[in-house]
Design a protein. Structure first.
Length: 398
């Protein structure tokens, strides 16, 4: 049964707001989100407990999935076989992704990232291929996520995951001639102390090394990353900051930002009513302090037969339609195709195992999970407003 505060329509955009009459008692609250991540082998963060932005759960086998014995890695032949299998998987991903883009009449995104360690932080970055970069986009992931989510697997980054919403943002940034830099947090989530200064150092060192000094820098962060970039914006000169599915964290005696705080965009999902209230308070506070604020809302989407094949390179139409049918048969969607529950709380993996589809679906489980969370419209990385977001950023580059 749908709650009366939802709007069962596809995308709706909310124009930029210049809010007034703010209150001054606006100290940010400690982020509190329900965990929903693609996991990463890192130490738990003590400082902050935000949720993942790109928040599919780890692709664990469902309880009823057939288990396989793990091969021994003690012999050179087995190790070589595993390397060959990994290379084949990267090749298969790139080929199926290319066919998916071509079927939609879109240009295949270029992917030539560099993976390196900068001042002890794992970083992945890429420069636009077509022309010199006009600006820099720093990207901060959510809790238990990682920079590898923002690029598809490739020979230059075989460990990359390529989650669809994340990759769509990276691809559009590169096409718009942004040099893109993503850095891994030290723990599961970002902290708001030393890591902020550390990221500032990484950005400046990387820019100098790659001939990008003097270019304007914009920052985008989702969930825990949103809190992080809101603090980063107070520590270094940014052309614009985009805070996604987070209300931001602002220091000072009354939650006030730094004297020269950059234009700020909030992209959020109204189903998260608690966060909406916090976001509105911070929006008013920023406006009162002379900061330009814009807000975009991302609403739920109906699950159509081709939604997954349209949004996930590598998932073909036939598989998308099979999954859609299972969702209807299992009652996971209502009569209009909207998800009844959060994708994280829907037992869709068990349902696909029961129908004998898990082997075909499992390579894309994390990608599908992200799109189901997006369709439900609650706390997920989203590229649905990417064009409008970059249009707004570009206005502030000069």
């Amino acid at each position: 049964m749908r709650t009366n505060w939802l709007v069962p329509l596809p995308l709706k955009k909310k124009k930029g707001l210049f809010l007034s009459a703010p209150r001054r008692d606006l100290m940010p609250l400690v982020p509190h989100d329900s965990p929903s991540p693609l996991q990463r082998n890192k130490q738990p963060a003590k400082q902050m407990s935000g949720t993942s932005a790109a928040s599919p759960r780890p692709s664990k086998q469902p309880p009823h999935a057939p288990r396989r014995l793990a091969p021994s890695l003690s012999t050179p032949l087995v190790s070589l076989a595993l390397l060959l299998l990994a290379a084949a998987a990267v090749f298969l991903y790139s080929q199926t992704a290319a066919r998916s883009y071509e079927s939609r009449g879109e240009a295949r995104p270029l992917s030539s990232p560099t993976v390196e360690t900068i001042y002890g932080s794992r970083a992945i970055w890429e420069l636009p291929a077509a022309a010199p970069a006009r600006a820099v986009l720093f990207v901060a992931h959510g809790c238990r996520c990682r920079p590898e989510n923002f690029w598809p697997p490739s020979p230059r980054c075989p460990g990359c995951v390529g989650l669809p919403e994340d990759v769509a943002i990276t691809g559009l940034a590169l096409r718009r001639r942004f040099a893109v830099l993503a850095v891994a947090s030290a723990g599961e989530c970002w902290s708001l102390g030393k890591e902020v200064n550390g990221a500032k150092r990484v950005i400046r060192s990387w820019a100098a090394k790659n001939g990008l000094e003097g270019l304007p820098v914009a920052a985008l962060g989702a969930s825990s990353g949103g809190y992080f970039v809101s603090r980063l914006a107070a520590k270094m000169s940014l052309a614009a900051v985009v805070i996604m599915i987070a209300e931001g964290a602002f220091g000072g005696a009354a939650g006030a930002p730094a004297a020269a705080y950059p234009p700020t965009m909030f992209i959020h999902m109204p189903k998260d009513r608690r966060r909406v209230a916090l976001l509105e308070r911070n929006s008013k506070m920023l406006t009162q302090n002379g900061v330009e604020v814009k807000e975009l809302e991302s609403l739920e989407l109906p699950l159509t037969p081709t939604l997954l094949s349209e949004r996930i390179p590598g998932v073909d139409r036939e598989l998308s339609e099979k999954i859609w049918k299972v969702f209807g048969d299992e009652g996971f969607v209502d009569e209009k195709g909207y998800m009844k529950d959060d994708g994280r709380a829907t037992p869709w993996k068990d349902a696909l195992v029961k129908r004998g589809l898990w082997k075909e679906v499992s390579p894309w489980a994390d990608h599908i999970q992200e799109e189901l969370n997006l369709a439900y419209g609650y706390h997920e990385m989203t590229s649905l407003h990417a064009d409008e977001m970059f249009d707004w950023i570009e206005k502030h580059l000069t």
